[in-house]
Design a binder for this molecule. Structure first.
Ligand code: 8YV
Length: 313
């Protein structure tokens, strides 16, 4: 008997196919009345799949009284009620590490683009403006100062990218980490005052909501740039838009937003902003690696009682 697995939210098609080979999968997202379906058949399922974007609420866990394991595609856990899972003895698997490099690459792609005005230059040429006027000078990146908000798995890789560009690296997080050579600043405002580029690499969720506010942005200053590859909720959108429109910061490179896929339209007209549709981990290679671990988490749970990468450790 293949374990009965409920799929909460879509997954990449190839992954859905592989899931269906190993489990008796039911797509909750295809139900016209999910609540009715859960009330009638929720007790059948021992496994639930989701993603960092879809998450899992306590209410959904309650509706699945036989649930033993959740497997999430992604590293972000801000949308999964971990305490509720822990309380109910539900294992939670996720997919850290495999995406570190591509997310760090994207942080630098955004940083380089917004500082050296790559996308703006492309628009300038395509609009046929070059014959009329020279493209404005941009801002040097190498040798500058990069301030990291968060020094976890991804923050460390971004820091290494910075040293590769001969940049000075400092960071802020809830507490200093012992195994990195970078200076820790207990104050985020102090880090923003020091940095030329403030890069958000911290977890989302209530503890970091609007951590980057008007005061932090004012500290970053007119020559400072904000890069966000973490979660949109970490930044106060209204404060960011105001700082960009008024020139209180020089620019921003954003891959994540508070209410995806909806992006504040005030950002669309700003030439000093680079916008991406949450694609930092979205490469063939990384999503393949994430998918393998996502499946391995389920297989490991059903063979040993634990996912390979547990979010509850
Ligand atoms: C993807 C992410 O959006 O892993 C995360 O937390 O935000 C990104 O990698 C996610 O993995 C999609 O499932």
């Amino acid at each position: 008997m293949r374990p009965k697995l409920l799929q909460h939210g879509r997954l990449p098609p190839a992954l859905e196919s592989r899931l269906a080979q190993a489990y008796d999968v039911h797509p909750l997202w295809a139900e016209t009345d999910p609540q009715d379906f859960l009330a009638e058949r929720g007790g059948e399922f021992t496994a639930l799949t989701t993603s960092a974007i879809s998450g899992v609420s306590e209410a959904l866990m309650v509706a699945l009284p036989s649930l033993g394991v959740i497997s999430s595609l992604g590293v972000g856990l801000d949308k999964i009620d971990l305490e509720a899972a822990r309380k109910r003895g539900i294992a939670v698997g996720y997919t850290p590490d495999g995406l570190n490099d591509c997310v760090a690459d994207t942080a630098f792609a955004l940083l380089m683009d917004v500082a050296r005005r790559i996308s703006a230059g492309d628009r300038f040429v395509r609009k046929g403006e070059w014959p009329n006027r020279p493209f404005p000078l941009s801002t040097r990146v190498s040798g500058k100062r990069i301030g990291l908000v968060g020094m976890g798995r991804i923050g460390r890789v971004i820091a290494r990218r910075g040293t590769g560009f001969d940049m000075s690296v400092r960071y802020h997080s809830r507490r200093p980490v012992t195994d990195v050579p970078y200076q820790y600043l207990a104050s985020l405002v102090e880090l923003a005052e020091w940095a030329d580029f403030l890069v958000i690499a911290t977890a989302g969720g209530p503890e970091t909501e609007h951590l980057v506010n008007a005061g932090v942005l004012d500290a970053l200053g007119q020559k400072g740039y904000l890069i966000n590859i973490a979660r949109g909720t970490v930044v106060d959108d209204a404060a960011l838009i105001d700082a960009l429109q008024s020139g209180r910061i020089a620019g921003a490179g954003l891959d994540v937003f508070a209410n995806e896929p909806h992006v504040p339209e005030a950002l669309f007209g700003l030439d000093n902003v680079v916008l991406l549709p949450h694609v930092a981990s979205a490469t063939e290679e990384t999503r393949q690696a994430m998918g393998e671990l996502f499946l391995e988490n389920l297989a490991s749970f059903f063979s040993s009682g634990r996912p390979k990468a547990s979010a509850l450790d």
